[in-house]
Write a protein that binds this ligand. Structure first.
Ligand code: HEM
Length: 432
């Protein structure tokens, strides 16, 4: 199937812009807040962090729940109906999802930062309710779809992983007050595998199979590539999560090896599509996709160290950092950078007249600054973690915050340019 056909009839399936954009704006705001919290925790708070309540864990979940999952929900509610040509469910259910989820994430982060159990339980409960509603809507949408295995199989794996991560996440929260889990650290690692490679990772792979060929105007990825990477990912996730939870190193290592093979199949499929692209010059957002694709296998290899018994500090923290900030945050901000002006351009001809050009809607300078700062932050923080060096890590946190501010400016400018285009179209209509 050629990516162009993916867009046929897409306009009829566009949700009112405020629906996906409330998720995108919330994601950008939580991203900024997370870096502010990390800077408040300071290099001393990050060096040696191996879990436990506090500012670092709160910042981690403002990134994982507040930015990664929030963006996945906003993109999913708009992309899946276009990809599967089936509505994703009533608008009220999507609005309810946001009403439960966004305040849930905020309350949960306040609870983790302050140690207040009530906020943790209430926030986690609301966030899980929002995520479960998302799982039900996606599950119902995929149920009758038998084409697009690259998308549907990975999205199915993401939904199953979501249930697993939420159950473990809630158990971990309750364990903070009740202390009943036999091995809290092992459960936290299994939670991170299901959440990072399972829920978020599988959504990223699934959406890539339609988004990357569509955004670069490259050839579609053959269905069997999607099937193969889904099957290998499923086996890798089962082994990785079970091995982590039970502290069985050989099983965890098998999971990592299967994950690396799945990653190879996925990246080869992506490379073939990018190579066949019609537009030779890749757009600015793609620079961040390269960063993400490079750090996916690196995060898996880094997982070998703690799996084989290396000390959690710094090796488990480094793995978690490369997984969440290296692979997932780079990929999600790249897609967000592309999807926000893309959707605005799709909506911009709603009042008649020419649609706004994507290149006009997407300001380049703030995207360049974000790329430079984010990349510097990844390098400096990883180096500071491994070496236990305060100054490089502190500079990394400052770079991370500067990048988040620049990404906020990017988002603000896209929305402002879209609004002024619509205001001009409305005025032209009025004069007409
Ligand atoms: C509502 C859903 C979630 C809840 C209730 C939750 C809860 C928790 C808790 C309580 C911990 C702390 C374990 C500790 O350090 O003592 C934790 C750790 C973690 N969570 Fe979540 N989480 C949720 C969603 C997510 C998501 C969506 C992701 C990633 C995409 C994620 C990634 C992580 C990571 C990487 C860790 C650190 C694991 C470690 O220390 O080994 N979480 N989570």
């Amino acid at each position: 199937m050629f990516p162009g056909s993916f867009m046929m009839g897409a306009k009829d399936r566009l949700l009112p812009p405020s629906i996906p954009y409330r998720f995108f704006v919330a994601a950008v705001a939580f991203h900024l807040l997370a870096w502010i919290l990390l800077l408040a925790a300071g290099a001393e708070g990050v060096i040696g962090f191996v879990g436990g309540q506090g500012l670092v864990l709160a910042a981690l979940h403002l990134i994982t729940l507040g930015t990664l999952a929030m963006t996945a929900m906003g993109a999913g509610i708009q992309l899946l109906p276009v990809a599967t040509r089936r509505p994703l469910g009533p608008i009220w259910a999507i609005k309810l999802m946001f009403i439960l989820y966004a305040p849930g994430v905020a309350l949960f982060a306040i609870g983790l930062a302050t140690g207040l159990a009530g906020f943790q339980h209430g926030g986690a409960g609301l966030a899980v309710a929002g995520l479960m509603l998302f799982a039900v809507l996606v599950g119902a949408n995929l149920r009758k779809v038998n084409d697009l295995p690259g998308v549907t199989l990975h999205a199915g794996l993401a939904v199953v992983s979501l249930v697993g991560l939420a159950v473990l996440g809630l158990l971990l929260v309750i364990d903070f007050t009740k202390g009943f889990l036999p091995d809290h650290g092992a459960m936290a690692a299994a939670h991170a595998v299901l959440a990072g490679y399972g829920f978020m990772g599988m959504l990223a792979l699934g959406f890539s199979y339609v988004l990357i060929p569509m955004f670069v105007l490259g050839s579609a990825v053959p269905d069997q590539v999607g099937r193969r990477s889904a099957a290998l990912s499923a086996a890798g996730l089962v082994c990785g999560a079970a091995g982590s939870a039970m502290g069985l190193a050989p099983l965890t290592v098998l999971g990592i090896v299967l994950g690396l093979v799945a990653c190879g199949v996925y990246l080869r499929g992506m490379a073939a599509s990018v190579k066949s692209r019609m537009k030779k010059r890749l757009e600015p957002f793609f620079r961040m996709v390269w960063v993400a694709w490079a750090l996916l296998p690196v995060s898996l290899v880094a997982g070998l160290a703690p799996a084989l018994g290396a000390p959690a500090d710094p090796w488990a923290s480094l793995w978690g950092f490369l997984l969440v900030f290296g692979w997932l945050l780079s990929f999600v901000t790249a897609i967000l950078q592309r999807i926000m002006p893309f959707l605005a351009s799709m909506h911009s001809s709603a009042l008649g007249g020419k649609p706004a050009l994507l290149s006009h809607l997407a300001p380049k300078l703030p995207a360049d600054i974000h790329l430079a700062c984010h990349s510097a932050a990844l390098f400096l923080i990883a180096a500071g973690m491994v070496g236990g060096w305060v100054w490089p890590l502190r500079l990394g946190l400052i770079a991370g915050l500067a990048g988040a501010i620049s990404f906020g400016v990017y988002t603000f400018m896209v929305l402002r340019r879209y609004r002024s285009h619509m205001a001009a179209a409305a005025a032209a209509n009025h004069e007409g």
